[in-house]
Design a binder for this molecule. Structure first.
Ligand code: ZN
Length: 269
């Protein structure tokens, strides 16, 4: 192992110990995370740093917004509590696969896709965290009507902007780590932002939502006020995890399209 690899390995072990002690993942998800992170480390150790940066930034943003988040988390979404294996799969699969494909085929496009996959998950969580925590209107992406903060399908100015900023920061880190060239930044940020907007669109149009029979709140949870909620709209199988997975795929697909378009344009000019 080179010195660089040893340092990254130590950071990885440190993070896994911290995650284990904080119990922020279920046991199953924790072992999934070990496979995911060591897999990426063994294929491309600098790429792992991009993911670690995303973890760190998410944690910092959540810490800053914690107090205001608690209400929304408990009342509206299923996101509260330790992350489970499905959430890990949903957010990590495309990233894991793209690093594997890069190692196998040595094509630059897979590294772009990797950064986009990580960036979309980061942007999604930063947008929803800051969107809930800060003042300002949240509107439904499909109907443009105001909706409750934190509910899937909503977009807000602060949430969207802070998400874009997080994606710019992540791309800059990827460039600094020589995973992508500087010219990739706008493409990464654009693909990741399209993915996030797709997330809101799927969340608004298709995601299953329920109404609480006691207080009337529209929620993504199956229970509210200690009572079972009543089906309101959306596809029953389309929960937050499916929506997140699809939007991550959209971001990656947009990135592949933009990459080859850019190659074609660069050749002809
Ligand atoms: Zn209720």
């Amino acid at each position: 192992m080179s010195t660089e690899q040893r340092i990254i390995f130590c950071i990885l072990v440190f993070i896994l110990v911290a995650v284990w002690l904080k119990k922020s993942f279920t046991k199953c998800a924790f072992f999934g995370a070990v496979v995911l992170l060591f897999g990426i480390f063994s294929w491309h150790e600098r790429a792992l740093l991009v993911m670690i940066f995303a973890f760190a930034l998410t944690a910092v943003v959540e810490k800053i917004c914690r107090k205001k988040l608690r209400y929304a988390d408990e009342n509206l979404t299923q996101k509260a509590g330790a992350r489970d294996i499905i959430q890990l799969f949903v957010n990590g699969f495309c990233a894991f696969l793209s690093v594997f494909l890069y190692t196998t085929y040595q094509k630059e496009v897979f590294l772009w896709v990797y950064v986009v996959a990580v960036s979309e998950s980061l942007q999604d969580s930063v947008s929803s965290t800051t969107g809930i925590a800060f003042q300002g209107k949240t509107i439904d992406i499909c109907t443009f009507r105001p909706i409750t903060k934190g509910l899937s399908g909503g977009v807000s100015l602060y949430g969207t902007l802070s998400g874009v900023v997080s994606s710019v920061l992540l791309s800059a880190v990827a460039v600094a780590l020589r995973i992508a060239e500087g010219k990739a930044i706008p493409f990464i940020v654009l693909s990741s932002t399209v993915g996030c907007l797709a997330d809101s669109f799927f969340g608004s149009a298709w995601q299953v939502k329920y109404t609480c029979p006691i207080c009337g709140t529209v929620t993504e949870k199956k229970t509210h006020c200690f009572h079972a909620t009543v089906y309101r709209s959306g596809w029953k199988r389309m929960n937050n995890d499916v929506v997140n997975f699809l939007s991550n795929l959209v971001a990656c697909a947009v990135c592949v399209g933009l990459y080859y378009w850019f190659q074609a344009v660069s050749v002809t000019s």
